[in-house]
Design a protein around this ligand. Structure first.
Ligand SMILES: N[C@@H](CCC(=O)N[C@@H](CS)C(=O)NCC(=O)O)C(=O)O
Length: 218
């Protein structure tokens, strides 16, 4: 079965999109905008009842929606890397593999689910709209603290998120670099992260995915 990636431009679905390009896999893209509420449409909920992108169709099993649909960015990234071991996008060494998952978990749960959730979806944290600005402000503080942490880790001289080499952690990290710009953080504050990003942007697969999503990362 051909893989189909449900994506929204510049969303966290960008990471599996880059990986599909890296793999030279045969796949189709299905646009479901996370910005205009399309993820909430009944037709998409029948595919992914969690009403989020990314989702990848073409993977054995079920997670409550359509058959053969896999959800959750870290799971999709892990699946793609494990299904194409020759591409070397997941370190074989157990400790380095765990370091890769350490990144995916932190970025998905803490940075995305908590901090960006607070900034972009404060209604998921408090019911009273009068509290939204305080939640958003706290989300911003959380992002800044987490980005300082990311910078400190990357500043030890490594070329990629996991020092052993380019891995599925790097496309995911690129998403959050991009989002920093979207919330108007001055990303020059993170020179080591910027260098990793420049390395990413030199990769043809990354450039193809960005061009297909019509997004620019500076
Ligand atoms: N835990 C999920 C989060 C997915 C997620 O929140 N995706 C966003 C785009 S980055 C989305 O679909 N948002 C639409 C919405 O919240 O309604 C994952 O890692 O895949």
């Amino acid at each position: 079965m051909t893989l189909t990636l449900y994506y929204s431009p510049g969303a966290c679905s960008l990471a599996p999109h880059i990986v599909l390009e890296e793999l030279g896999a045969r796949y189709a893209l299905e646009l479901v905008s996370a910005r205009d509420g399309s993820t909430q449409a009944p037709a998409y909920r029948a595919i992914n009842p969690k009403a989020r992108v990314p989702a990848l169709r073409g993977v054995a099993g079920r997670s409550g929606g359509a058959d053969e649909v896999l959800t959750e960015a870290p799971a999709i990234l892990l699946y793609l890397a494990r299904a194409h071991p020759g591409a070397g996008l997941l370190p074989a060494d157990p400790a380095a593999e765990a370091r890769c998952l350490e990144w995916l978990n932190f970025l998905s749960s803490t940075v995305h689910g908590m901090s960006y959730g607070q900034i972009w979806r404060p209604q998921r944290f408090v019911a009273d709209a009068r509290d939204f600005p305080a939640v958003t402000a706290q989300g911003r503080r959380n992002v800044e603290e987490q980005y300082a942490y990311i910078e400190a880790v990357l500043a030890d001289g490594r070329d990629w998120a996991v020092p052993q080499g380019y891995s599925i952690a790097d496309p995911f990290l690129l998403v959050f670099y991009h989002w920093g710009g979207r919330i108007e953080l001055d990303m020059r504050r993170y020179p080591a992260w910027r260098r990793v990003t420049q390395r990413m942007l030199a990769r043809p697969a990354v450039r193809r995915a960005l061009a297909q999503e019509k997004i620019e990362i500076g």
